[in-house]
Design a protein around this ligand. Structure first.
Ligand SMILES: [Zn+2]
Length: 284
């Protein structure tokens, strides 16, 4: 179980409050919450474990969620993962591990290195394989790269479509539109008054610069507003290459934003070509 997985789960259940302007809880915050000594009843002071005169942790007056042993185990795991060289099992992560499921037995499918592949071969470097060891039927597998690429393209297309349909023009209008209209009307009225000789040109020139400055500021603000609006509307990733450039956790979160699972159906015996119709996305 990764921190990112826990975070995604919390957010799906509406727990935790990401900072304004962000959509996710920061990783370090989730980590801090999971390793908070208060979980097992220890009191803290300014984020540090509070010790009594004998050097023993001070126990708080609330009901602990974890035993001390559980809390220590979580801290140990987190600390171990933070080490520079994590264990081999964590070294390689496959995009659809835990997202892909076998089309026959519906077990979760994990990625596996293709051990038979030689350096220059065109064979897949890894595959998604239903595994008997993990409680599956073991009958379904597929070349990993093709599945990844197909699913990424589906998800990007879906998210692009969603972004386009949720940005109705006029959605969240710029709040100062009427202020700008007033300033522009004032400028026009003053200019008109000077033309009609109701006010002198020198009066006009005294009043105009302030109004013009205000108008320019407001226009700048309006430009910034529409830019932000467009940026939130469009996805941060547009191409498969952009997507591939993200950390694997972020890639998986983007996929889970659209899909709850990907079913991989069995291909016929000896089928060599990748058949996208046998990859079934399960949309939310
Ligand atoms: Zn299976």
């Amino acid at each position: 179980m990764r921190i990112g997985t826990i975070r995604t789960d919390w957010q799906r259940r509406g727990l935790g409050h990401p900072r304004e302007g962000t959509t996710r809880l920061p990783h370090h915050l989730v980590e801090r919450m999971l390793t908070n000594p208060r979980l097992c009843g220890y009191r803290t002071y300014r984020g540090e474990l509070l010790l009594d005169d004998d050097g023993q942790p001070v126990i708080g007056q609330w009901e602990p969620i974890n035993t001390v042993e559980e809390w220590e185990a979580v801290c140990a795991v987190v600390a171990q993962r933070k080490q520079k060289y994590p264990g081999r099992s964590l070294a390689r992560k496959y995009l659809l591990s835990g997202i892909a499921r076998c089309g026959l037995c519906h077990s979760k499918i994990r990625g596996q290195v293709n051990k038979r592949r030689t350096a220059n071969s065109k064979a897949a470097t890894f595959s998604y394989q239903c595994s008997v060891v993990n409680g599956g039927c073991g009958k379904v597998g597929r070349a990993g790269e093709s599945v990844d690429e197909f699913v990424i393209s589906l998800v990007l297309a879906e998210q692009r479509e969603r972004a386009a349909s949720t940005t109705v023009p006029g959605d969240e209008p710029w709040p100062n539109a009427s202020v700008l209209a007033d300033v522009e009307a004032d400028i026009a009225a003053l200019t008109q008054a000077a033309k009609a000789k109701e006010i002198t040109v020198s009066t006009l020139l005294q009043l105009l610069p302030d109004l013009e400055r205000r108008r320019d500021e407001l226009k700048l603000e309006r430009g910034r507003h529409s830019k932000t609006r467009q940026q939130t509307a469009s996805l941060s990733v547009d191409t498969i290459e952009d997507f591939r450039g993200l950390p694997i956790e972020r890639q998986q979160a983007l996929i889970l934003h659209s899909l709850s699972a990907v079913l991989i159906h069995p291909a016929g015996r000896g089928a060599r070509r990748f058949d996208p119709s046998l990859i079934e996305p399960v949309w939310h």
